[in-house]
Each structure stands twice: as C-alpha cells, then as structure tokens.
Ligand binder design. Structure first.
Ligand code: FAD
Length: 462
C-alpha cells in the first residue's frame, strides 16, 4: 500500500471540518452526482490546526445562543474528528506558531479554511466612535470569543440602531431585546448575560436601505421576530409602503412571504411591552454622531428608482432624520483578512483561487488550497460549506492522482507532533478539547443550560 496522503487543514470551522470529512470519508463514500461514490483511493491523514483551543468556528462563536438546534451540527464534526487519521492541534495559530512555508514543507497539501475575521467598512463619519461596533464584534462578545470578552459594550441608552437587515442583524436584534431570563437558559457567555441584565435598551431599530420586499433577512428569521415573548414589533416602510404596486411586478414567492409577514406585524395592535424592535426600511446611515461616544445616527430616507437594467435601487432623497441612540451596530458584512504568506484579494477579502487551488499572480500555488468563507467570501449557511469543501477536496485528490504536488516526502505524524510541542507547548489535542467540552456541559447542567462557556484561553487549557 502507498504511504498515506498527509493533509493539513487550517481552521476548525464548518469548512475545515467538512474538508476533513471528505478526505476521511466513511465506508459509504461521498454523496456525489446523485449517488455515493468513493473520492479517496488511498489512506489519508489529516491534521487540523486551529488558532483557538476550541473547534467549530462560527458554530460556537457566530450562531445565536437562542438557536441551539443550529448548533447540533457539532455532532457531525465530532463524528468526523473521531475517524481514524484525524488529529487536532488547537491553540495553534497560522502566522504565529506555524507558517505557510512550514506547512507546505511538512505536508503533501494544505487547505486553508480560516473564515472571514474582519469587517466590511461602512465608509461614514463616526464609524470608529466608542459605542459604534461591528455586529461581528458584538456577536463574538455575547458568544464568549476570548478575543472579545473584554469588549466595551455600552447598553446604557434606551435605543440601539443596527445598520443592515440580514440574518446577522436579526440575531443581534433578538439578543438585545430578549429578556435576560430567556437568555439565561442558553449558552450565552456569562459576561454578556450579566451586562444584558442591566441593559437599559428598550428599542432596537433595524435599518435597511432598500424596501420591505428587498429585506436581506430570510423568511424564517423575520417570522421568528413575531413569536418573541415580551417584544413589540414595529414596521416603518417610509414612502414605499407595503402595498406598493412596484412590488407586484417584481416580487417572487419569497418576497411575497416577507411582505405578508410585515403586513401582519404592522396590523397587529401594540401589546404594550416595554421592549420593541422597529424594522425601518428605505433609509441609509449618513453619520454616526457624538464626541466621546455615540449620541445618535443621522439617516437619510431613500426612494426607489429603476436603473437601466430594470432593477429597483434605493436612492437618497433630501429627507434627513436623526435617531438618538448610544449604540450603533454595523451589520453590513464580514470581510476576510490576509493570511501571512498567502496571496490576498483585498477588494473581495478572499484568497484568490480556482476550483479551490490557491492562485498567486494567476498561477496555481501547487499543494495549497482554500475552502469556506476565505474562498467564497462571507456568504452562505453552514451547509453551503459542505459542497464548497467537497469541490476543494476533489481538486486536491485529482492533483494527488496527477502527481502534481510539489514534494514527494512529508514529515510523519510523530515528527509533526514533536515540532508542535516545540512551536506551541500549550497546543490542545482532541482529548484536551473533549475534557473542556465535558466540563462546560457539566457546568451547564447544574444551571439548566446547554453549557457554560469558558471565555479565557488560559481557562480553556484543562
Ligand atoms: C453571526 C453569524 C451567525 C450565523 N448563524 C448561522 C446559522 O444560524 N445557521 C447557518 O447555517 N449558518 C450560520 N452562519 C453562517 C456560518 O457560520 C458560516 O457559513 C460558516 O461558519 C463559515 O465557515 P468557515 O469554516 O469558512 O469559517 P469559520 O466558521 O469562521 O471558521 C474559521 C476557523 O478558522 C480559525 N482561524 C482563523 N484564522 C486562523 C489562523 N491564522 N490559524 C488557525 N486557525 C485560524 C478560526 O478561529 C475559526 O475557528 C452564521 C454566521 C454568522 C457570522
């Protein structure tokens, strides 16, 4: 039998774990073109490197704590991690403990699945004022990401404004508005729960620049708002209204469902709750105002205008409004950041690639691959990364078959482990992660919660 194919994967989020799953496919093979097929023709060994001690990326640090069902996918990753040939090196950061050049020398191939850990800029004055945070930072804070556990989140004003109305904005609106007693049953980070208990925010405005039928949220996320206990929902569509005949011309089934939901919300009598989410459409942010902190957001109302391709665009009017608020959360998108040693497309925030193969100056960098958000940009749900990873793994295996990897020998598993002990003596293996997982779950059980997250790296090394 030929020696095992040795692959390093950087990033233990969904994309990295699905890539590991495809490389270590089970006895059944991989579902492809309508049937199970075997992609892998020789033994494979996979080492996953993750900068945090804990795995699963945004499933742990992105998915909202009040959506525990969406975190069940962790079990799929646990099953992959339990397969022969899988090893985990947590608390190991590419660019700090190990480099692209080293991984390229140690392995036949490297797959980068590092996600998107930056923010798209909004480009308005006041963006950097204290009290103006990206939704990415805020989400990482309430989910207990160690880099953000000490983030200053000011919840002392009565109104918060979220710029953008995609699904991340919906998550953030719920977390800011739900009763702490509801959140106390989730795995929200303790520091966030404590801060939210003292929150004075009573109105969360979710700002969308386009009209109601063009809302970036998905239908289930929108409909869920109407079910939240103790929260009134308001709708402000500006001039475009909800019955606009323009809509009839262009709406598909999904946008018709959005409009029907929004109509239901707007016709519902106010329940008199002391918390409210206001969905405000057809308005763009102009300036975040304040001196030593956010005091308000100036917005401009938009009107719909048709472009040369027949698309309805939101164009600014001269109608300006001021929203007093002490917290602005910018939910206008994540953005990938450069990986030291790899080429980077700074405009798109991705590592340039073709069929998952990394491109440097338009040429394939043999043996280097990407998958997930760092390949496609920050779009798509967890499941989208499964196909994305499969496409990358197919390219990698085709290159293995074609003998196009740059080197013929690799470091064996024991030598890599020895090197890791030298580069990062505090690396966390699978057993270390499972110990921590057990302790978090046990601590949660005592409080009737799924888990109590540890939020400092030092406390995660058990
Ligand atoms: C707020 C939010 C909520 C979401 N909710 C849902 C949902 O409910 N349902 C759903 O289907 N999808 C949801 N998604 C989308 C889903 O999370 C993404 O599709 C998915 O996580 C992207 O996978 P990824 O592996 O590319 O990136 P990530 O999940 O970000 O994983 C990247 C991993 O790489 C690691 N890493 C980064 N840099 C390095 C380095 N230098 N060295 C080593 N490791 C590194 C990171 O620590 C991380 O663990 C949500 C996304 C967000 C942002």
């Amino acid at each position: 039998m030929s020696r095992p194919l040795r692959v390093a994967i950087v990033g233990a989020g969904p994309a990295g774990m699905y890539a590991a799953g495809h490389l270590l496919e089970g006895a059944g093979g991989t579902f492809l073109e309508g049937r199970l097929q075997h992609l892998v023709k020789r033994p494979v060994e996979v080492d996953v490197f993750e900068r945090l001690p804990v795995p699963w990326g945004l499933v742990r640090y992105g998915v909202a704590p009040d959506h525990p069902d969406k975190k069940r996918v962790q079990q799929v990753y646990e099953d992959i991690a339990a397969r022969p040939g899988f090893r985990y090196f947590g608390n190991v950061e590419l660019g700090k403990h190990v480099s692209v050049a080293e991984l390229g020398e140690w392995y036949d191939a490297v797959i980068y699945a590092v996600g998107a850990s930056g923010d798209a800029a909004l480009g308005i004055p006041g963006e950097d004022l204290p009290g103006s945070l990206s939704a990415r930072e805020f989400v990482a804070w309430y989910n207990g990401h160690p880099d953000y556990r000490d983030l200053a989140v000011d919840l002392s004003s009565e109104r918060a404004v979220i710029i953008g109305n995609g699904n991340v904005a919906m998550d953030v609106a719920r977390i800011l508005s739900l009763s702490p007693d509801v959140l106390a049953k989730t795995d929200i980070a303790d520091h966030a729960l404590e801060a939210l208990r003292y929150s004075r925010i009573r109105e969360v405005v979710v700002l969308g620049r386009r009209s109601a039928f063009q809302g970036a949220f998905n239908n289930p996320e929108l409909e869920e708002l109407g079910e939240l206990p103790g929260i009134d929902i308001g709708v402000d569509c500006g001039d475009s209204g909800l019955e606009n005949e323009i809509f009839q011309e262009v709406m598909d089934d999904s946008s018709r469902r959005k409009i029907a939901t929004l109509k239901r919300f707007s016709e519902r009598p106010t329940q008199g709750h002391d918390r409210r989410i206001l969905l405000k459409f057809m308005a763009s942010p102009l300036e975040i105002q304040g001196e030593d902190g956010v005091r308000g957001l100036q917005i401009v109302r938009n009107r719909l205008e048709r472009d040369n391709h027949g698309q309805w665009l939101a164009k600014a009017t001269d109608q300006v409004e001021m929203l007093d608020c002490g917290l602005v959360l910018r939910a206008n998108g994540f953005k990938g950041v450069a990986v030291p040693g790899l080429p980077f497309d700074a405009v798109r925030g991705v590592v340039p690639s073709l069929d998952g193969r990394v491109l440097r100056d338009g040429e394939v960098m043999p043996g280097h691959y990407v998958t997930g958000w760092i390949k496609r940009g920050p779009r798509g749900i967890i499941g989208t990364n499964k196909k994305c990873a499969r496409d990358t793994v197919r390219a990698l295996l085709a290159d293995a078959d074609a003998g196009s990897f740059p080197r013929t020998s690799t470091l064996d598993a024991a030598t890599v482990e020895r090197r890791m002990r030298e580069c990062q003596p505090e690396y966390v293996n699978l057993a270390g992660w499972r110990r921590l997982d057990d302790r978090e779950i046990q601590a949660g059980r005592l409080q009737g919660r799924p888990r109590v997250k540890r939020t400092r790296v030092a406390d995660m090394l058990v």
